[in-house]
Design a protein around this ligand. Structure first.
Ligand code: TXA
Ligand code: MG
Length: 322
């Protein structure tokens, strides 16, 4: 199959209506889109990604109005968060109605729903008469794509079309939030929207156990994810650590530091002015580029652990866990 990169939203919609899967731009990362109500399309998504069936998919819809047909109940706190963050990089875990296939939720009674903020994604979704299932458009376990070329390099000849919406704004995935029996938001996956931002809207916001900071002590215990093929380690004393290697056998990814050329030949600064938002925007592209250098080792600098810096560090630890 020949993979075409283009900007034809109507064509992408027609492919989706015919059970094909296409790459779709969003403000977070590129998604691998398919008709969420079609078993054929959803199975294709899992197959193209080589993703195990136990890992559920997010349904994407064009507006809050599309949510009630999919879920039994929307807590007040979810309403408040929808009002603030939809469209946007927040994914809502809500009790699913019968109409949502078990294949989407991997058997769970909760379904993940998101309204993306990218204008082309919204137009595409408006052109579809069904919710669009879309995991990140990378092979399972590998780095998520933030540019059409990332998708092309990873999935070429396995999908017919990549809808080109340019570089993704945010650069890391959405935050996944569920609600406990008291309707308090619980973060299942750290992402663009921070715990502090959610607290600012609805007072309280908890972290699901899987996000507890224990991974900072034992990254090896984690299942790897977001991983380059090249071995990656994390450093909080970069200037010292690089001295253990030859300048040309490593690639270094820093937050805003620059190391001397004679110590590292390949270095990527994620933000020149110390902005964590800019660092998140550049993170995956840096990992893709570093991985393409064929060096022995990638050393990534640990980021300040506040705001979206927590998300960056979490992604780095998972990338290092391979
Ligand atoms: O930013 C994003 O969320 C991107 C763009 C394309 O929208 N999508 C994305 O999808 O990151 P994916 O499949 O790579 O990650 C979805 C995450 C996974 O960690 C999955 O386990 C979780 O959401 N998830 C999805 N449905 C779930 C459910 N019903 N219950 C619990 N977790 C769920
Ligand atoms: Mg993913």
């Amino acid at each position: 199959m020949n993979t075409i990169i283009g900007t034809d939203i109507a064509y992408a919609a027609s492919l989706l209506a015919n059970d094909e899967v296409v790459a779709m731009p969003t403000e977070t990362v590129y998604g691998l889109a398919g008709n969420g109500f079609s078993e054929t399309a959803v199975r294709k998504i899992y197959a193209v990604k080589n993703r195990p069936l136990y890992n559920p998919l997010i349904l994407h819809v064009p507006s809050t109005d599309s949510i009630p047909q999919l879920v039994k109940h929307i807590p007040e706190t979810a309403h408040a968060l929808l009002k603030k963050f939809a469209p946007g990089p927040l994914t809502f875990l809500l009790p699913k109605k019968e109409i949502v296939p078990d294949l989407i939720t991997a058997g769970s009674h909760k379904v993940a729903i998101r309204i993306p903020q990218h204008p082309m994604a919204l137009q595409l979704l408006e052109n579809c008469s069904f919710p669009v299932a879309a995991p990140s458009a990378n092979p399972f376990g590998y780095i998520s794509p933030t540019k059409p070329e990332h998708v092309f390099n990873q999935l070429k000849n396995t999908i017919p079309y990549i809808l080109d919406g340019g570089n993704c704004d945010a650069g890391v995935e959405s935050t996944v939030v569920g609600f406990n029996e008291n309707d308090i938001p619980v973060i299942y996956r750290l992402g663009v929207i921070t715990q502090e931002q959610i607290k600012a809207e609805v007072e309280d916001c908890l972290m699901h156990e899987s996000n507890a900071d224990k991974h900072l002590q034992s990254p090896g215990m984690l299942k790897y994810h977001y991983s380059p093929k090249t071995k990656l380690i994390i450093s909080n004393q970069l200037s010292a650590d690089v001295l253990n290697y030859n300048a040309d056998e490593i690639a270094v990814i820093t937050f805003q530091n620059q190391l001397p050329q004679n110590q590292v030949k390949h270095q990527i600064q994620l933000s020149t002015n110390g902005s964590l938002t800019e660092a998140a925007h550049n993170l995956y592209a840096a990992l893709h580029s570093a991985d393409a250098l064929n060096v022995k080792l990638i050393i990534a600098e640990e980021h300040p652990n506040t705001g979206i810096g927590k998300t960056i560090n979490e992604r780095l630890w998972k990338a290092a866990a391979k």
